[in-house]
Ligand binder design. Structure first.
Ligand code: NAP
Length: 315
């Protein structure tokens, strides 16, 4: 027999776990499908110092574990599974998950956005040990250090500018000599005394795997083929994020980059009209703020709307 739930939450980052807490406290016994990256982006962050209520900061994985426990206390259930496909027009909504078929009256999409990485084994080995995709989260740890930022878009410019507050020098590495960044942000970065731009340059290896901390980068000039090393203590990737929404293509409205379009913050739409029972929260619908606290806030909003939706239908 197919399982029928009141609320299924896709994703177990800050947004999903906050939605789980609120729907659990509303007695909806939410089921959280934890997704491909359980715990979301916080689970790969080290110290989180900007989540209110933790005056000394808290480790990202610990914050996530606390949120999980808190929602579980009120009846949230977790399953290590991900969504394969979905029929949002059906009532109840049909989910084809890696753990089988589930029907649900409300669906809260909190599947997040994944930072793009270069994909180098040395880069992956040093995530959380000097390699980061979030300047706001980790910049503080690089006070008076030399660091590098990769990317040529607005994110990279923004990260580089932000990191100048801490770092002694920021080298911005871009693989081409033309930039995607807006003129004003590029000009600001170029004019900053702490920022040096190096174009036509790719990172071939992050040095320091044995020492378990970033010691430098092996770089290659794509035009001349020349290789060299750059001594840095940190590497920040500013090469964009990808929202985890592939399974929703054609089912709900996505913007040109795949982020979920929402009406009134958290209502998913299809051809501009609200899709009954489908809500979206967190980074999957937010390309602008992308903070743990804003994700948690929108998770709360989605949960309250899901609860209201069910209540209006007599549940
Ligand atoms: P983006 O515009 O797609 O830029 C990504 C950059 O990373 C590009 O320069 C790209 O190089 C580079 N890149 C991608 N994959 C790479 C790889 N494997 N190795 C090396 N470099 C790689 O992404 P974004 O900067 O995150 O911006 C996304 C959107 O958000 C944009 O619309 C942007 O305007 C907006 N945004 C706005 C603000 C703001 O206004 N404050 C701040 C952040 C973002 P190529 O150019 O060679 O492809």
């Amino acid at each position: 027999m197919t399982e029928i739930r009141d609320t299924v939450i896709l994703g177990s980052g800050c947004a999903g776990l906050t939605a789980a807490l609120y729907t659990a406290r509303a007695g909806l016994k939410p089921l959280v499908l934890e997704g491909h990256e359980p715990g979301g982006q916080l689970s790969i962050t080290s110290l989180v110092e900007n989540f209110p209520g933790w005056p000394d900061g808290i480790q990202g994985p610990e914050l996530i574990e606390n949120m999980k426990k808190q929602a579980a206390r009120f009846g949230a259930e977790y399953r290590l599974a991900h969504l394969v496909s979905v029929e949002v027009g059906a009532h109840p909504i049909r989910l084809h998950a890696s753990a089988g078929e589930i029907h649900t009256r409300t669906l809260i999409v909190a599947s997040g956005a994944s930072a793009r990485w270069l994909g180098l084994p040395s880069e992956q080995a040093l995530i959380g040990h000097g390699v980061s995709s979030c300047a706001t989260c980790d910049g503080f740890f690089f006070r008076d250090k030399d660091i590098a930022v990769v990317g040529g878009g607005d994110s990279a410019m923004e990260e580089a500018m932000f990191l100048t507050r801490f770092a002694s020098k920021v080298t911005l590495l871009h693989r081409r000599d033309a930039f995607r960044a807006s003129k004003i942000m590029l000009e600001r970065a170029m004019a900053h005394p702490k920022i040096e731009l190096r174009t036509n340059t790719v990172v071939e290896e992050v040095l320091g795997v044995d020492e378990k901390e970033v010691k430098g980068l092996r770089l290659r000039d794509v035009k001349s083929g020349e290789r060299g090393e750059l001594a840095v203590s940190g590497l920040f990737l500013g090469i964009g994020h990808e929202p985890n929404t592939k399974m929703f293509a054609g089912q709900i409205d996505l913007d040109e980059d795949g982020y979920i379009r929402t009406a009134n913050n958290v209502f998913a739409t299809r051809n501009g009209a609200i899709v009954p029972g489908v809500f979206a929260c967190g980074d999957v619908q937010d390309r602008r703020y992308r903070q743990a606290i804003t994700a948690a806030g929108s998770g709360c909003m989605a949960a309250l709307e899901a609860e209201k939706y069910l209540e209006e239908r007599g549940r």
